[in-house]
Design a binder for this molecule. Structure first.
Ligand SMILES: NC(=O)c1ccc[n+]([C@@H]2O[C@H](COP(=O)([O-])OP(=O)(O)OC[C@H]3O[C@@H](n4cnc5c(N)ncnc54)[C@H](O)[C@@H]3O)[C@@H](O)[C@H]2O)c1
Length: 376
């Protein structure tokens, strides 16, 4: 099978998420990276492209050059899908142009810097047969997919309580000094968008809750923390959640949870039992069943669902991690591009759009004095 020709925007030397995407795209031998724009500085761009062994002919100074040169190539040579791995404010203008020129898109989260932009992308893509993934990485883990399958199969009964916590501490060393803050793009609204903590990690938690439960969150009541009067970006937040019926929950996100690393956990409680998963120990899924001893499920076993099994490459006891989770998302995208889509195998454009709606509703709730705000 011919490999899918892939381009990359961003993700150059020193970037956080670039290596994750490059390694993930190679995992199932379905993609070939052929070119891109890795850095806005030409020297850094070309140096990095050479370092990873790419042909200089397909390294471009910016997106417009990439589009015009690639569009002039024969269809069987042209880049088919572009991964957008730049800081947030560049997602919307880049993705808009890619859709206008009919490229499939894989875009980092948060999708845009506003809900209005996200809706514009959704509209632009409506009449096109283009695959669009938003890389909420954690939904690629096999035991998250197992959790989703078990909830779908009614194993924990009717959902009554949901709980997600995403605690990091990396902003603590920079937030107390206004000069240090200026060096972090995530704390600058013009680069990051309207939110830091909720946009960066809160949206992961929101997508995770909707992904595993299969249920939309209907309304939120938020209390954000900015810590200092002269800091305009939230760095911590607690959000109460309401689903349909009487199911309720809480989403706790922080980047000033001092000395926490990437402590992302999700727990879903139903009428019969619960399921609990933690990102820092991702190969264990805890299943508590009323009146029974706690069970621990692991990847690679026959008792897992098809979705979990398809997301596992190795026999039991070989730990898989974040690169594998992203690899599973790329695998889902490859199958979709090859006209063989698997439901839930990658996060969709609509997940990115809901993520932006969530951010705006949370900010609105906080600013209105902690009012319940509907996610319509
Ligand atoms: N899915 C996840 O778990 C996850 C994790 C980390 C980051 N992210 C997302 O990935 C994106 C990038 O984050 P990061 O931490 O890797 O950022 P980063 O600052 O580490 O890297 C950004 C990269 O973009 C490049 N870049 C900047 N402007 C560019 C331009 N005009 N053209 C081409 N390249 C350009 C930079 O050279 C750099 O290589 C953000 O949207 C972030 O939210 C997602």
């Amino acid at each position: 099978m011919a490999k899918i020709r892939m381009g990359i925007l961003g993700g150059g030397g020193g970037s956080l998420i670039g290596p994750v995407h490059r390694i993930a795209s190679s995992m199932f031998d379905r993609f070939e990276i052929v070119g891109g724009v890795f850095n806005p500085n030409w020297k850094d761009n070309i140096r990095f492209a050479k370092k990873i062994g790419l042909n200089e002919d397909r390294i471009y100074k910016d997106l417009e050059e990439l589009l015009s040169k690639e569009r002039s190539l024969a269809e069987d040579k042209r880049i088919e899908v572009v991964s957008v791995l730049t800081p947030n404010f560049l997602h919307f203008p880049m993705v808009k142009r890619l859709l206008e020129e009919d490229f499939h898109v894989i875009c980092e989260k948060p999708l845009t810097t506003s809900y209005a932009e996200a809706l514009e992308l959704k509209k632009l893509r409506e009449d096109k047969q283009l695959i669009f993934a938003v890389t909420y990485t954690y939904s690629g883990y096999p035991m998250v997919r197992q959790m989703r399958s078990m909830i779908q199969d009614g194993i924990i009964g009717t959902i009554q309580k949901i709980d997600a916590q995403y605690y990091q501490g990396w902003i603590n060393p920079v937030i107390h000094d206004p000069e240090s803050r200026k060096k972090v793009w995530r704390l600058q609204p013009e680069k990051s968008g309207q939110s830091c903590c909720i946009g960066d990690v809160g949206t992961h938690a929101f997508q995770m809750l909707e992904y595993v439960t299969g249920q939309p969150i209907k309304s939120v009541l938020a209390d954000l923390n900015y810590l200092y009067e002269d800091n305009v970006m939230d760095i911590d937040g607690t959000v109460l959640l309401r689903l349909d019926g009487n199911a309720k929950g809480v989403l706790r996100a922080s980047q000033i949870a001092t000395a926490e690393e990437n402590n992302f956990t999700v727990a879903i409680y139903g009428t019969k039992g619960h399921l609990k998963w933690a990102q820092e120990n991702p190969n264990y899924l805890y299943h508590g069943l009323e009146g029974s001893p706690l069970q621990v499920l692991k990847p690679g076993h026959e008792y897992n669902s098809d979705a979990a099994t398809q997301s596992t490459k190795l026999p039991p006891g070989h730990p898989e991690g974040i690169f594998d989770a992203m690899g599973n998302i790329y695998h889902g995208v490859a199958d979709a591009i090859a006209n063989n889509p698997r439901e839930g195998s990658y996060p969709y454009l609509i997940d990115g759009v809901r993520g932006m709606q969530f951010i705006e509703c949370v900010i609105q709730s906080h600013k209105s004095g902690n009012q319940w705000t509907e996610i319509k």
